[in-house]
Design a protein around this ligand. Structure first.
Ligand code: HEC
Ligand code: HEC
Ligand code: HEC
Ligand code: HEC
Ligand code: HEC
Ligand code: HEC
Ligand code: HEC
Ligand code: HEC
Length: 356
């Protein structure tokens, strides 16, 4: 079948016209950058526009309207924070003059995680696109303070209990931090990590890279070292002891990449974990997903299937459920197999919960 080529001509012209008008300078997405890779759930959308032409601006995430602005005053910049989901994300910005569309622009992003199998690796072409260099920031300084104003504000000392041994300096009023306007979503989840909630961001975002990201050194003035452990140990000295001096090591902790399991900003889960504990452990140890753990001695006994690993109260930790970390310390142990015992035999761990 041969198509009548004459009917195609007007269609082609129409397509050409649409492309031309949409690529005009009426409006432009300044951030996020195209094919940027994210490791946390928030993207900052900022749009520069010609206020003489645009009267309305709409921001869409996956086709859903997330924010609308009536523009048209003399303001030429509009901003909105968008919450991402794991994987590919499409953000579209549409502009109007009255009811007439001035076209739309789109950016594609990828939010990856090392503990969600399907989103472990970003597709080809996506990578970290750093924002905090002089050139990018210069567009925002007209309206936003982009400096670390931490040292200029009133501070108080946080008496860290338990885990943290060092006293840390935090802001009297975190909302005064120059990071607050653009990044406060990072701490909006149920459990906030103290230095992040208090906007002591530069405790980790020192501007210096680590041995795993040396190629990123100075690409952002707020970069953090990878591995991050040296920053964590600054306040969690006890963890340094556990990770460094033991008889069984755990790869992910030993390598200093604490952020594999913990979200350094905030999380809906206990201990700011990226997943609830049992799900977290079985992501990498998928053979343990049976909920029954075949501990060696069980094979010869009545309970051939092994020991339960969840859905029971944990007798050793009132108020908590039995999980993998009831028996194993995810950071390291003086005993074997990361067990919560300092004795050399695995069965010494049983005493934590059973009398005999
Ligand atoms: C013309 C002034 C102006 C410029 C230029 C500007 N902003 Fe904003 N921005 C604002 C105002 C005002 C707010 C306060 C909240 C609002 O109106 O949504 C804001 C808020 C934000 C927010 C928070 C939005 C939310 O939903 O919580 C982000 C993120 C942001 N700006 C990013 C940027 C970035 C990135 C740049 C530079 C590329 C930039 N802005 C440039 C005026 C500006
Ligand atoms: C005007 C808005 C704005 C302000 C103010 C701001 N940021 Fe950002 N920041 C961004 C944008 C935009 C990105 C790119 C990622 C995104 O979409 O949010 C970013 C990314 C980052 C990153 C990832 C590395 C990079 O350079 O892309 C870090 C770390 C960071 N910001 C820390 C900070 C800290 C610390 C402060 C306060 C001293 C701060 N930011 C203030 C807009 C802002
Ligand atoms: C305890 C250390 C720590 C603190 C405190 C901290 N961060 Fe981070 N941040 C990290 C690490 C580690 C990463 C690397 C990526 C990851 O693990 O998500 C990161 C990543 C980021 C990113 C990039 C997220 C993305 O989607 O790619 C931004 C933006 C950011 N931090 C901003 C901030 C701001 C703003 C504060 C203060 C409110 C802050 N951070 C406090 C450790 C920290
Ligand atoms: C600037 C100091 C500081 C840094 C750096 C820091 N933390 Fe914390 N962290 C705290 C404070 C303070 C608490 C609140 C609990 C306390 O007082 O012990 C806390 C709590 C925690 C908790 C919950 C502890 C509990 O018992 O509920 C976890 C998990 C944690 N931090 C992990 C980390 C990780 C992982 C890093 C590095 C990416 C890190 N922290 C870096 C100060 C810090
Ligand atoms: C394999 C995942 C994993 C890694 C990697 C990891 N953690 Fe944890 N972390 C956990 C889990 C799970 C818990 C909760 C344990 C429990 O049930 O009490 C926890 C609890 C904590 C706590 C609070 C309770 C305690 O034991 O003091 C701190 C602080 C902490 N982690 C810091 C760190 C630091 C610092 C690193 C990097 C050296 C790190 N974690 C690496 C999984 C991990
Ligand atoms: C990011 C992947 C990852 C996560 C998440 C993870 N592990 Fe592991 N785990 C490993 C790897 C890799 C090894 C192999 C040995 C090594 O490198 O330490 C291991 C080994 C172990 C071992 C055997 C140690 C030995 O001495 O033989 C135990 C026990 C263990 N993990 C328990 C856990 C528990 C409990 C959790 C949840 C708190 C967990 N793991 C979460 C990757 C992970
Ligand atoms: C009731 C205590 C207990 C619980 C709960 C438990 N384990 Fe274990 N685990 C042990 C003991 C004891 C060993 C020592 C080896 C043996 O006897 O089989 C062990 C060994 C391991 C090993 C190394 C040897 C092997 O079998 O691969 C891994 C990995 C492991 N556990 C992961 C997990 C994960 C993941 C969970 C949660 C799904 C979990 N464990 C829950 C007690 C426990
Ligand atoms: C962190 C606490 C804890 C530790 C450590 C622990 N158990 Fe258990 N154990 C439990 C709980 C909870 C149950 C379930 C009780 C119930 O169903 O009411 C259980 C059940 C059992 C049962 C009955 C089996 C069944 O199917 O109900 C046996 C046998 C047992 N444990 C042996 C062991 C041995 C052997 C060890 C050491 C390798 C051990 N336990 C370590 C908490 C623990």
């Amino acid at each position: 079948m041969r198509r009548n080529s004459l009917t195609l001509v007007p269609l082609l012209l129409l397509a050409l016209f649409a492309t031309l008008s949409a690529s005009g300078t009426d409006f432009e997405i300044i951030s996020p950058k195209e094919k940027a890779l994210y490791t946390d759930a928030f993207a900052s959308v900022s749009v520069k526009l010609d206020y003489k032409k645009v009267t309305k601006l709409e921001v869409y995430h996956e086709g859903n309207l997330t924010r609308a602005f009536n523009t048209g005053s003399s303001r030429d910049f509009y901003c909105s924070s968008v919450r991402l989901h794991l994987g590919n994300n499409h953000i579209v910005v549409k502009a109007y003059d009255g009811n007439v569309s001035l076209g739309e622009k789109r950016v594609d992003l990828y939010y990856s995680s090392e503990v969600f199998e399907d989103f472990y690796e970003e597709p080809y072409g996506y990578k970290k696109r750093f924002f905090h260099d002089e050139k990018s920031e210069s567009v925002c300084v007209k309206c936003h303070d982009m400096d670390r104003n931490f040292n200029k504000l009133d501070k108080k000392t946080l008496k860290a209990k338990g885990a943290a041994t060092a006293d840390i300096e935090i802001l009297e009023n975190p909302q005064e931090s120059s990071c607050y306007t653009c990044h406060n979503n990072l701490v909006s989840r149920k459990n906030g990590h103290s230095p992040s909630v208090n906007f002591a961001c530069v405790a980790c975002h020192t501007g210096e890279a680590g041995e795993n990201n040396l190629d990123e050194d100075r690409r952002s003035r707020y970069i953090q070292p990878d591995p991050i452990a040296s920053r964590c140990f600054m306040c969690h000295e006890r963890l340094k002891e556990i990770v460094s001096h033991n008889n069984s090591d755990h790869g992910p902790a030993k390598s200093g990449r604490c952020n594999k399991c913990h979200n350094p900003h905030s999380s809906d889960n206990l201990f700011f974990l990226r997943k609830p504990i049992w799900e977290l452990c079985t992501t990498c140890h998928s053979e343990k997903i049976t909920e029954r753990h075949v501990i060696t001695s069980f094979v010869f006994r009545r309970n051939k299937n092994g020991h339960p690993t969840r859905k029971r109260p944990d007798p050793s930790r009132p108020g908590r459920e039995l999980v993998c970390s009831s028996c194993h310390n995810p950071h390291g142990s003086k005993g074997p197999f990361l067990l919560r015992t300092d004795q050399p035999t695995p069965f010494s761990v049983c005493k934590r919960c059973h009398d005999k």
